[in-house]
Design a protein around this ligand. Sequence first.
Ligand SMILES: NC(=O)c1ccc[n+]([C@@H]2O[C@H](COP(=O)([O-])OP(=O)(O)OC[C@H]3O[C@@H](n4cnc5c(N)ncnc54)[C@H](O)[C@@H]3O)[C@@H](O)[C@H]2O)c1
Length: 392
Amino acid sequence: MTATHGSRKADRPKAKKAFGIGMLGYSFMGKAHSNAYVRMPFFFDPPPAIPRLVTICGRSRQKVREAAERYGYPRYETDWRKVVADPEVDVVDNGLPNDMHAAPCIEAAERGKSILCEKPLARNAKESETMLRAVTKAGVKNMVFYNYRFVPAIHLFRQLVAEGAVGKVRQFRAAYLQDWIVDPNFPLTWRFRKSSSGSGALGDIGSHVIDLGRFLVGEIESTCALTKTFMHERPIPGTSKKGRVDVDDAFISMVKFKGGAMGSIEASRVAAGRKNHARIEVHGSEGSLYFDLERLNELQLYSLRDPADRRGFRIISVTERMHPFMSNWWPPGHSIGWEHAMVNQVYHFFDALANDKKVEPWGATFHDGHRVDVILDAMLKSVRTERWESTS
Ligand SMILES: NC(=O)c1ccc[n+]([C@@H]2O[C@H](COP(=O)([O-])OP(=O)(O)OC[C@H]3O[C@@H](n4cnc5c(N)ncnc54)[C@H](O)[C@@H]3O)[C@@H](O)[C@H]2O)c1
């Protein structure tokens, strides 16, 4: 007889509560989120709760069936309404294109489900306001996948700024640069149409660094921006025709923070040679902090208070057990990657869900998602008016 057979029921650890996941989208984000649900209880010991994969949804029946098999979902659908209505689904995860964020999230809220949604929360602030109203009215837990908040070095960045390690913040600088559409023959997908995406590089990757500006420094009160579209037409997939691009390829902006700091935020999807380069820098009265997503295990600190730093920035390898989330991963010096931030984020959400904790301020709620959309709208307005625009 094994020890388990012999143990009395009362001696066994209590089974963790499980929450059923309904995943909308099986592609890039559907895959990344599903991976995070599977990994979280594997690495976080004990997990606050167990994410149970219930069903996944996508447009193509064949592809969603294959994805369900690969990721571990017992069921699949091609109609998101069936996923949202499924009684076994407790948490709806929306990884669909931007024009399909609002309707499923609002319906999920009305059905009392907890909700995770990809960024940007919606195509514009008016749309995300309806989503924010729905989750607030229903009182359901909600979070936006501003996943870079959960990179341990970014978590540490925020802690150090809050502790005053760089003194009073004077300047924030962020550039998110990619080059995956630098080829003019890259096809016209949903990301190039304002009606489906809302904006281009601005909302797609600029939203991440705008969110980080708010996360690390505080609220943004006004902005002045410039956008540019370099390639106005792209091939329509499956045809020999070209269609019009009506979103930006790149943007640059200046921002004013409520706390008095100034900032510059930019993004491009045509920055030749840059693959996923997000650099964030904060300069304060007592020093500076610097982070680069392509070296995400590192944080650089320069302190005017520390004589040793006169030789230059010190590089902190954010892989020690004392660093945020790192006690759940590998021994010190064994680096982590892009997908681990999503696992950390899923842990945070399930901890909030199972133990009735707040998602904010470490996680981005629909309030934060809406605030980013307000800032994106103000930037687009500023492009038209060629003036500073308020984000209040
Ligand atoms: N947080 C991040 O780092 C990050 C990275 C990439 C994308 N995103 C965001 O994630 C979202 C999805 O992006 P993606 O790159 O996975 O897009 P994608 O184009 O690769 O995938 C879209 C998915 O939506 C499904 N879909 C589209 N229309 C549908 C419909 N009518 N019914 C059912 N399913 C439908 C497709 O089948 C596919 O599975 C976007 O909001 C994007 O901005 C976030």
